[in-house]
Design a protein around this ligand. Structure first.
Ligand code: F2R
Ligand code: MG
Ligand code: MG
Ligand code: MG
Length: 352
């Protein structure tokens, strides 16, 4: 059983890297600009016999995920100051990774800060409303691995680690939703067909608890309401259509769930990609659920690296490392580090 979990940890972090590396060249493109035929060939070629070529580079998604893992491993738990210092160090060491301009302001303030309050710069973003971007969600994957034994502690660490850069309730809850989705995937047997309806209703139940709490203990005029539960309900309707044999266009997914850098319009989309990929998808020729998830996520356009990375993390946590094509891994930067981080996290939590 512990070997199964180790395999799932690797699958989660490696698939997250693959989604980032493979999706990054398409970030910001419209779905209709991305040819399904070209995308099929892109994956076929990378999965085929190995050929020498420069690796596909990872972006801020993987830089920050690596840092979250390194901090948890180094401390043996969560320490906000350690994690914040590592985000800053990583950014200034390797800034050309496609970070957004706004989050760079947080790093600059964190570097110059004179107090120990590492949460202050994030609170000052966007005139005090905080970022609702998907930057907290995109880097969360190590948290559900490290904290998989304690749900409440997992939510605590997910929230605190997000608050270092994102203080808007939508940015925070997006990270919590992505964290919970990975946590659910870790607990499932990939040899049995996934119960899509149960996966979604479990997510909705947990998010409704979170959205009720967030709304009531927040003094600020909380616009959050039940935004994520509503997105998950919209996701269910799309999935029901799909199961009923009614075609779902990319335009409908984009219009209903979104494909932007906003957490609300990308985290539910990533979960949708994973759930829809449990069954065949038109124009995507593969039996592999991880590949189908990644290829579909990229085909939707928009924030492709991040949506594919988040969807990949959930799919990899479900299917495990053995399901991931070996050749495609060689074409992506950062895979070895992801494997090493997954193994270290596993040995820390199994050793204790
Ligand atoms: N930044 C990008 N991609 C576009 C730029 C690519 C780059 N120029 C290049 O290729 O070199 N990708 C990465 O950023 C996303 C994660 O963003 P994160 O970390 O959440 O950043 P930020 O700046 O906090 O928020 C993102 C944008 O969301 C809007 N926004 C957020 N909160 C807002 C608020 N309260 N009011 C108004 N707007 C808000 C802003 O437009 C932010 O810039 C990932 O895609 C990652 O891959
Ligand atoms: Mg489109
Ligand atoms: Mg990126
Ligand atoms: Mg992105």
């Amino acid at each position: 059983e512990t070997a199964i979990l180790a395999n799932k940890f690797r699958g989660c972090l490696v698939s997250a890297v693959l989604g980032d590396c493979l999706g990054a060249p398409y970030e910001g493109e419209e779905s209709e600009e991305i040819s399904k035929v070209v995308l099929q060939k892109y994956f076929d070629k990378l999965e085929g016999p190995y050929f020498k070529s420069p690796q596909k580079m990872y972006t801020d998604d993987t830089s920050m995920t690596k840092t979250v893992a390194e901090s948890l491993i180094h401390i043996g738990g969560f320490d906000a100051k350690d994690m914040a210092d590592r985000f800053v160090k990583e950014f200034y060491k390797d800034p050309r990774r496609g970070y957004g301009q706004n989050v760079i302001d947080v790093f600059a303030k964190l570097r110059k800060r004179t107090t120990d309050d590492v949460f202050l710069p994030a609170q000052e973003q966007f005139g005090g409303s905080g970022s609702y971007g998907n930057g907290g969600a995109m880097r969360i994957a190590p948290v559900p691995l490290f904290c998989h034994k304690s749900y409440d502690n997992m939510l605590h660490v997910a929230k605190q680690s997000t608050l270092i850069t994102h203080s808007n309730v939508l940015g925070i809850n997006g990270a919590l939703l992505q964290c919970i989705a990975i946590h659910q995937s870790l607990a499932l047997n990939p040899d049995e067909p996934l119960d899509v309806k149960k996966f979604s209703s479990d997510l909705k139940r947990k998010m409704s608890v979170i959205e009720e709490t967030e709304t009531s203990d927040d003094d600020s005029d909380s616009e959050a309401g039940n935004a994520y539960v509503e997105q998950l309900e919209a996701m269910d309707k799309l999935l029901e259509k799909d199961l009923g044999g009614i075609p779902i266009s990319d335009e409908e997914v984009e219009r209903t769930l979104g494909t932007s850098v906003a957490a609300l319009h990308s985290v539910p989309t990533a979960i949708f990609c994973f759930l829809r990929a449990q069954n065949p998808i038109p124009d995507i020729k593969t039996d592999n659920i991880v590949r189908r998830t990644l290829q579909y996520a990229i085909s939707l356009g928009g924030d492709t690296d991040t949506i594919a990375s988040m969807a990949g993390a959930i799919a990899g946590a479900f299917c495990g490392y053995e399901a991931i094509n070996e050749n495609v891994q060689k074409h992506c930067e950062g895979v070895e580090e992801a494997i090493s981080a997954a193994d270290k996290i596993h040995s820390i939590i199994e050793g204790s």
